[in-house]
Every structure is written in C-alpha cells, then in structure tokens.
Design a protein around this ligand. Structure first.
Ligand SMILES: [Zn+2]
Length: 320
C-alpha cells in the first residue's frame, strides 16, 4: 500500500491537520498582543488597511490591500480553479501560510475541497549554508550547465527524497556525474537491446508511486547496474531494464558516446572532428606498425583530457 495516504490525510477536507497544531498551541505561541480588530486571536488578515501614501484600493471594508496569504488563493483560483490536484511548497510555509490558504479558499468556495494533495519539500542548502539572495550563495541552472551535464544536475536532485533537507553541492554534482559515467560505461559494452515496456519495471515504478520515493527507485537502478557488470550473458536484459527504469526518472536516455563527449562550456579543447581525425591517424599508424607515432598521438590526446579505449570494434574515446 503506497504511503501517500499520509499526505492525503494532511490535505483535503480537514485543513487544520496540515500543521498538526491545535488551537491552544497556536494561541499560547502568540507572543504579540492581539490586534484590536481581531475577533479571535487566531484570525489572520484578509484585507490590510492602508495608510495614506501606501498602495491601496477602495473596498467595502475601507481603503486597503490584500493580505499576503490571499495572493496564492486568488492566483490558484484564476489559473487552476476552485479545486486543484497538487500544491507544492517549502515545509516552512505549512503554517501559517498554507493553513490560511486552505481556510480562506474553502470558505470562499462554499466548503469545496481546495487541494487534493500537498507536497512539502525539505529545506535546500547550498554548500552547507542556507541559500539566500543576500548571501549570494545560489546557483542558477544556466551557470551550472557550463560546468556539469544537465543529467548530472537532475540526478543530484533526485538522490534526496523531496521531503528531506537537501545540501546541494558541487561535490555532489561531481559524484552524480561519476555515477552516470558508470551507467554509460556499462551501456557502451552492450549494443542494441530491446527496451521492455514500462510495465515490466515495477521495482522502479512502485517507489515513485509511493510518495515519489526517488532514492529507492535509484537504488533499484544501481542494483541492475551491478548485475549488468557481473552477468555478461544477461547484459542485454539488464541494459533494457535500466533504459526502461531510467526513462521513468528522465535518466540514462542518451547515447553513451554522446554522454562521454560532453565538455564544460567555455573551455578550449579539441573539437570532435580533430579528435576523430587523430584517432583514425593513430589507427593507420598502428596498422603500419608505427607504434611510436601511435603512442605519440595517444599521449597527446591524453594530455588534452581525451582518453582512448581500444576495443574489438575499434577505439572509442571520452573526456576525462
Ligand atoms: Zn502561497
């Protein structure tokens, strides 16, 4: 039985359960003096009175502006309707923001269910510190793509369950890239395989259906990789399994040759054509038993971070 009943319980009709706090706790926790216009200490502001000079609009309750919780209720009604399926957000927004969204939207829409499923993600840290605009310690995907392949960024994010805190680091990205190197290196050894239907990879699919348990789905892929590296006689079956399972996560769908030729943006390094030309020159030198020239070319390429691997079907290469 998938564990998302946990989240269904949190959302839905009884929104007060979202934060799992009771009234007494909330009121005892409120240290500030209760504003005189509140009927109940737990009331929150829907419409904020505006002083002269502050932005504001006329309304039946006087000149003012929407309280900040209203923003989300108004936007979601406009674009998603009175009831919608999935509402995400950081765990720090559960109380009071999301509770208040539920309260005001449910009341405005005659008691209709507001959100069917709430998904709250853990805190995101960057290199061990809380990410913030003022510290400037944030990365944009655009910048990261100069240093790492997009697939490594995706894997680094999927390795942590979304409800757990995530420390996003460049070391973590490097590790994710190495893991993918391992998958693609194994793929390289097995040519054309039949990719089974997604229905035949339940061990990858079921954890994803169970509150998006990406670490468990990835663990299953690693298990298959281990088997692929061990069991030559069933390598094509394992590779097919990995391709089908990887597709569910948006991973492992590249041509391995393409993966290994990726290079960081802005770096001065040999382009593919020159590399291929040198490799074929080396092949000719070897055929002519000119091993000195062949080794020269190999060493030269290695000096530029290009590693050659000789196999029965010729040489392949990758960037170190
Ligand atoms: Zn919101």
């Amino acid at each position: 039985m998938p564990a998302y009943h946990h989240h269904k319980l949190l959302g839905g009709e009884d929104g007060r359960r979202l934060a799992n706090r009771d009234r007494g706790e909330k009121i005892a926790g409120a240290r500030v003096e209760v504003a005189p216009y509140k009927k109940d200490p737990a009331d929150f502001v829907l419409w904020k009175p505006s002083q002269d000079g502050q932005p504001g609009w006329d309304s039946p309750w006087g000149r003012g502006r929407p309280g900040w919780h209203l923003e989300c209720s108004a936007m979601s009604k406009e674009y998603l309707g009175e009831t919608f399926d999935i509402h995400c957000g950081g765990q720090d927004l559960i109380f009071p923001h999301h509770e208040n969204e539920i309260a005001q939207s449910t009341c405005a829409h005659g008691g209709k269910e507001f959100v069917r499923l709430w998904m709250h993600n853990g805190h995101l840290m960057v290199e061990g510190e809380k990410m913030s605009k003022s510290l400037g310690n944030y990365y944009t995907v655009h910048d990261l793509l100069d240093e790492f392949p997009g697939e490594a960024i995706r894997l680094a994010l999927l390795k942590t369950h979304y409800r757990q805190p995530l420390d996003f680091t460049k070391d973590g990205l490097l590790e994710a890239k190495r893991e993918l190197d391992g998958f693609y290196a194994a793929f390289r050894k097995v040519k054309d395989v039949q990719v089974p239907s997604l229905k035949t990879v339940p061990e990858v699919q079921m954890p994803l259906e169970d509150d998006l348990n990406t670490p468990q789905a990835l663990a299953r892929l690693h298990k298959s990789l281990g088997a692929l590296n061990k069991e030559d006689y069933k390598a094509d079956i394992h590779k097919g399994y990995l391709l089908a399972g990887g597709e569910l996560l948006g991973l492992l769908q590249q041509d391995p040759e393409h993966w290994f030729k990726w290079r960081p943006g802005g770096t001065e390094t040999l382009d593919e054509k020159s590399i291929e030309a040198l490799i074929s020159e080396r092949g000719e030198a070897r055929a002519a038993k000119d091993f000195k020239r062949a080794d020269e070319i190999r060493d030269g390429l290695e000096g530029q971070g290009i590693l050659l691997e000789d196999g029965p079907e010729g040489s392949t290469w990758k960037r170190a």
